[in-house]
Design a protein around this ligand. Sequence first.
Ligand code: UD1
Length: 429
Amino acid sequence: MDRIRIVGGNELNGSIPISGAKNAALPLMIASLLTDGTLSLDNVPHLADVEQLTRILGNHGVDYSVNGRREAQGSAYARTMNFTARNIVDTTAPYELVSKMRASFWVIGPLVARMGQARVSLPGGCAIGTRPVDLFIDGLRALGAEIDIDVGYVDARAPKGLIGNRYVFPKVSVGATHVLMMAATLAKGETVLENAAREPEVVNLAECLNAMGAKVSGAGTPTIVIDGVAALSGATHPVIPDRIETGTYAMAVAMTGGDVILEGARADLLEAALEAIEQAGTEVIRLDNGIRVRRKGGVIRPVDITTAPFPGFPTDLQAQFMGLMTRAQGRSHITETIFENRFMHVQELARLGARITLAGQTAIVDGVERLRGAPVMATDLRASVSLVIGGLAAEGETIVNRIYHLDRGFERLEEKLSGCGAIVERLSE
Ligand code: UD1
């Protein structure tokens, strides 16, 4: 199994190209199930989760190509991928495929909307919290689907099609917002989604659906209104830059010091995180087509953060910010409100010498003067990259094991960091 070896202590200087967002690419790919036309997506990152979803879509009968070819040639950046769901041959998403990635559950929305039926295994994915699917089920029922749970599968049926309705999410959910928005595009009449997720990935999906002929308005606000249409067509649409990758590298620079341009990054997608980085003592310069992050000398100041749905501080940057705070001059409090059990990185950061105490949903981090390299274990996607941030500042060698988690969400991480002067390499076995 591959590992990553890091020798800490170097500043980061140079530039890092920011990839397309994994969390935007996945729902956009799933939207291809809504039409028999071709959906052409630009700037799709080359990641294990994208490959996995391609296999799942293939199982439903979706044809795909990468940069105009049937199979990927090498692993070029910013690929254009075409998806054509002309004939959906299977409306079942089996456990073997869905268990590897939670987002694949989201096929349930387009399948039931277009085909009138879907049988989708209950999801797997990162082991962070319980991650139920009650909102998806309640929401699809509100649109008229009949739903049964049958030995690990959700069976959804709407033989006469879905019917527009008003649905108020009892809790903000990115995935359930994506799914109900997609499903409602083909429902009869108007759907109003209240307390919807406002994440940039929801806006990216809504724009794509509109390019396909849907009538979606209000995405990016808590109220999304969808006027159902009879059919959608193909379209071409770009994936937005990855705000989590952007924030991760910005925090890495804040940690090591240096001066890096994050090419193609969009500051408006992660203002809450950028403000926290600035408060911690790093300069953030918003450029026309990127963000420059700079810390030359000075200390890392402690900053308290609390995760919240967009536009709040993203839970997907919580572990990385904790990594940064392990070297702050003083005490910080990091509170996680989105997922239970999203503190698995705490014990691994402690192996590098961090001093962190857990009090319920809050981690109290007492900054230390130095971290020391050690073997550590990646436990989930975002946790694993916090260990990379720790390793970049630690004295000596850090080996991060189980990096398949990293490969799910970070494109060419070792190449991007070593291009800026870090000593980071992949050890393949
Ligand atoms: C998405 C992101 C993930 C990010 C998360 C929160 C993707 C592929 N993943 O995950 O990286 O960490 O948003 O920003 O985009 N919940 C329920 N019932 C449901 C659905 C969700 O209780 O039916 C709860 C979850 O357990 C969690 C909260 O709602 O506590 C938010 O989860 P949600 O926004 O749905 O996360 P995902 O869409 O799975």
